[in-house]
Design a binder for this molecule. Sequence first.
Ligand SMILES: NC(=O)c1ccc[n+]([C@@H]2O[C@H](COP(=O)([O-])OP(=O)(O)OC[C@H]3O[C@@H](n4cnc5c(N)ncnc54)[C@H](OP(=O)(O)O)[C@@H]3O)[C@@H](O)[C@H]2O)c1
Length: 271
Amino acid sequence: MINDLRVCVIGVGKIGEALVHCLISKNILESSRILAVDTLRERCEYIKGKYGIECSSDISRVVQRCDTIIIAVKPKDVRSVAEALSTYVTPKQLVITLAAGVSAGFLSGILRGKPPIIRAMPNIAMLVGESMTAIAKGPNASDEHLALAQEIFSSAGRVVVVEEKQMDAVTALSGSGPAYIYTIIEALSDGGVKVGLERSLATVLAAQTTLGAARMVLETKEHPAKLKDMVTTPGGTTAEGLMQLEKGKIRAVLMGAVIEAARKSERLLKS
Ligand SMILES: NC(=O)c1ccc[n+]([C@@H]2O[C@H](COP(=O)([O-])OP(=O)(O)OC[C@H]3O[C@@H](n4cnc5c(N)ncnc54)[C@H](OP(=O)(O)O)[C@@H]3O)[C@@H](O)[C@H]2O)c1
């Protein structure tokens, strides 16, 4: 089904480029079936050279030739992209928006052709094919459209289907989440350096430990508390370390980060 598609990615910045890379490198779409649009001419030249795909700064030249249009510009630029798309998009095309804090209803209000809309929230790990992407049906979208979006984003990692009303929460947890984890990895590495390890070694230890612990949660499907208990010997080193985390209120801090990021996502277009 998907290899017959012609996909247009509007905005080939970090996320747009990562998606193009995943679609081509996982053999989901041939490069001739991906078209890109970006306002920056140098960016287009770079994308054309690296992936052998067509890239233009003129939306009207590209959009009518695509079945699926993926909007990957910053939230503040979505309105102008939607206005530029408005006269060209038809109900036969699928529009997928990746922008944080921009509802499918907002887009639908601008797009006169009333196409089906899917909202998706990936994360930056798309760069290494390990994104956590949540997708939700918007106006006029069917289960087939959702299945198509699922196939597209599966090329870049794991995909879950959610209700659109959950998107601010998803943005706050898995959209922003890599930044929280990088901070944790950096802090663990700092701790390693403090107890005498070389920086590069400490960072590898912290990062691989994060990766391994995450895979244990996903693959065993055990509650994280049970996995934590498995490695906590009574009176041992891990119990000592955990007590420091509790003293620093790490749970409340991380929960607070997700809560405040969700609030910010809710008011993103208003600020
Ligand atoms: N980065 C993440 O971790 C992440 C995670 C989840 C979701 N997202 C969402 O993904 C979207 C893209 O994020 P990003 O980090 O990839 O941003 P980015 O690196 O800034 O990429 C956006 C690209 O779109 C271009 N652009 C701006 N206006 C345009 C227009 N009218 N037509 C065509 N291209 C246009 C930008 O060019 P200029 O630089 O000239 O403006 C830039 O090259 C955002 O809406 C964000 O909310 C990002």
